[in-house]
Design a protein around this ligand. Sequence first.
Ligand SMILES: *[C@@H]1O[C@H](CO)[C@@H](O)[C@H](O)[C@H]1NC(C)=O
Ligand SMILES: *[C@@H]1O[C@H](CO)[C@@H](O)[C@H](O)[C@H]1NC(C)=O
Ligand SMILES: *[C@@H]1O[C@H](CO)[C@@H](O)[C@H](O)[C@H]1NC(C)=O
Ligand SMILES: *[C@@H]1O[C@H](CO)[C@@H](O)[C@H](O)[C@H]1NC(C)=O
Ligand SMILES: *[C@@H]1O[C@H](CO)[C@@H](O)[C@H](O)[C@H]1NC(C)=O
Ligand SMILES: *[C@@H]1O[C@H](CO)[C@@H](O)[C@H](O)[C@H]1NC(C)=O
Ligand SMILES: *[C@@H]1O[C@H](CO)[C@@H](O)[C@H](O)[C@H]1NC(C)=O
Ligand SMILES: *[C@@H]1O[C@H](CO)[C@@H](O)[C@H](O)[C@H]1NC(C)=O
Ligand SMILES: *[C@@H]1O[C@H](CO)[C@@H](O)[C@H](O)[C@H]1NC(C)=O
Length: 593
Amino acid sequence: MKTNYLITFILIVFINVVYSQLIPRKETINICDKLDEYVNSLYSNEQFLNYSDIKACYESTPYNKTKAIQAVKEYLKAFYALLDQAKEESNPGFDLRPIDIISELDLVLNNNYSYEFQFIYDVENLIGELRDGHTTLYSDYYNKYNFYQGFSMYSVIKKDGTQQIKVFNDLKDPSINDCQVIKIDGRPAIDVIIEFARNYTHRSRDLSSRFNSALASLAFGNGDFGISGTSFTLRNQLPKSPSTSYTLNCNGKISKITREWKVFIKNVQYKSPYITGTSVGKATLIFDAFVARFYALRDFGVVLISTEDILNSDSTLEYRFLSDIAVGFKLLADKGIKKIVLDLSNNGGGLIFVAHYINKLLFPNIKNFPMDFKVNDVSIPLIKEISKLKKGIGSLFSYKTFISAKTNTSFDSVTDLIGNNTYTRGGVQVKYTSKAFFNNTTQYSGILKLPTPPKLPWTEKDIIILTNGLCQSSCAIITQRLAEINVPTVVVGGFPNTRFSFAQYAVGASTATTNIKTLLKLLKNLDSSLISKLSFPPNLTLGFTIAEAYSIKNPNEVMDYAFRPADYQLYYDERSIRDPSLLWIQAAKYIGK
Ligand SMILES: *[C@@H]1O[C@H](CO)[C@@H](O)[C@H](O)[C@H]1NC(C)=O
Ligand SMILES: *[C@@H]1O[C@H](CO)[C@@H](O)[C@H](O)[C@H]1NC(C)=O
Ligand SMILES: *[C@@H]1O[C@H](CO)[C@@H](O)[C@H](O)[C@H]1NC(C)=O
Ligand SMILES: *[C@@H]1O[C@H](CO)[C@@H](O)[C@H](O)[C@H]1NC(C)=O
Ligand SMILES: *[C@@H]1O[C@H](CO)[C@@H](O)[C@H](O)[C@H]1NC(C)=O
Ligand SMILES: *[C@@H]1O[C@H](CO)[C@@H](O)[C@H](O)[C@H]1NC(C)=O
Ligand SMILES: *[C@@H]1O[C@H](CO)[C@@H](O)[C@H](O)[C@H]1NC(C)=O
Ligand SMILES: *[C@@H]1O[C@H](CO)[C@@H](O)[C@H](O)[C@H]1NC(C)=O
Ligand SMILES: *[C@@H]1O[C@H](CO)[C@@H](O)[C@H](O)[C@H]1NC(C)=O
């Protein structure tokens, strides 16, 4: 059972249809059914749904105080590892307010709403204010559409130090690409995007990384380059108004365009038009391992790894992916390559053991971040019952999954894992399990034998990590751990001369209500009151951080709240936003500095 996987949403644009005019259609009785019909009909002439139809559908369900809040609260109280730390002031490097999420959820119930979706969005956005990519509420009903403006934007820093927003990859009118966006809905574009990043993006506690997530950048994944970020122009909540206007400056000529929010029906993965096949700038491909690519460029090597691609594979495939990653590094070593740029930009995470494997591959003696999780009247019965099951091995709740951080051997019993750790967080005393590591042989029910890592020649002085600030979860387990042993880091984007985080959310584990539901089905002896406490509305999913990880360097520091700015900063320009090899060359200059 893989309870420890990531629920971070990777916003790759899945669009490849011609942006054309809507074909008018007949009025219908039930607008929601009609939307489904359009989506499902093979013969439909519709290419996209229109904003007002979706709005009308959502507005057909009035607000009725639902039990959803109660269920969300029960889950967060029982399992959310960062619940109490979230109430504390955090590092000023973050853009984050202290938040007592349980009390604030109650306050939402005092608001009056006309429609259910407004209430659901408020709850989603409130949980989003935790700025914890693992902790998100998702509605199958109110988040299923992607509203898109047909283009995205990027940011450059001019020679005089000023920051500009520019048009990226417009599907409707490519002639406006690279025009400067001066205003959005009449306000300075940069202010609007910063405010959006501050209020509505949830992918980092750091505002610079969130700003990057609102804009476009290239992302390696699914064996190819796609466009990631773009959350300003691609949203899964119904936007407040049907269109947005943009004032453009195209080579001195000022114009204004208005774009409606549209939802494409036929979704095809959108590939970056800027990179064809495996060739990136002047880099020479050494090995294409689908989940990873290995290049040689000038006198250095470049490694791209998409750890999220390993998420939904079976154990045979997992084994192959890991062997291929090991082979790729070995090929670079055999070619005599002395320096490596490890580009993990827009890596959304994946399986934790993959991150652990990559760390050990590069640094065989490395110890991974230890972790713990909450001990209370909900988790104790789960730990006790699951530890009894053979099938439970590998689950977070079985003591047999772990190695004690104190003794470096397996725990002897349930009591041993439950331990006696009490911390004061957010002004209250909270209990956590003993600190532990995953036992690399039991974590995955013993099915998976890890490939034997080859011996590699590089030290921390020969490698540099490059990200655009968005390297999450398992990606952070790699980069933040390597940074603790002095592998340097470089970020691209953000604001001029403002140091920012190269990664976020290095956790012990994360899970979701759907996984807990599956787990509960295995347990016959649980109290019925506990089962009913953990029932959750079927069309909502709450993902959450269930185990927190601790720094090795500062053993009491919870990684989720550790502000770790990169050592160096680069900026995108009109060329490097489309050709990452230009960034690789700039990053390589910092190796060994
Ligand atoms: C959307 O559909 C409604 C009703 O069918 C129509 O009145 C409206 O003009 C359409 N809007 C767009 C942008 O096509
Ligand atoms: C609100 O929900 C309750 C409980 O599900 C139901 O009894 C009641 O009829 C609903 N009210 C409205 C106005 O839909
Ligand atoms: C919500 O509506 C109720 C009754 O209609 C009213 O008493 C209350 O003041 C309203 N609350 C807010 C926050 O507007
Ligand atoms: C759940 O789904 C039902 C229809 O299946 C819908 O009426 C209801 O509004 C949905 N609720 C939420 C919170 O998504
Ligand atoms: C962002 O949040 C601030 C503070 O809560 C609020 O004043 C502002 O209106 C919000 N902006 C948007 C675009 O929602
Ligand atoms: C456990 O291992 C770490 C190094 O991995 C070592 O520092 C520590 O002393 C060990 N603890 C025990 C009790 O063996
Ligand atoms: C990990 O689990 C395996 C299988 O239960 C066990 O044989 C091994 O001793 C454990 N490793 C450690 C370091 O305790
Ligand atoms: C747990 O710790 C507290 C305070 O540190 C101590 O008083 C208590 O005896 C400990 N309990 C166990 C079972 O070790
Ligand atoms: C698994 O854990 C054992 C014991 O802690 C360690 O010696 C071994 O190197 C690990 N294997 C891998 C592939 O990480």
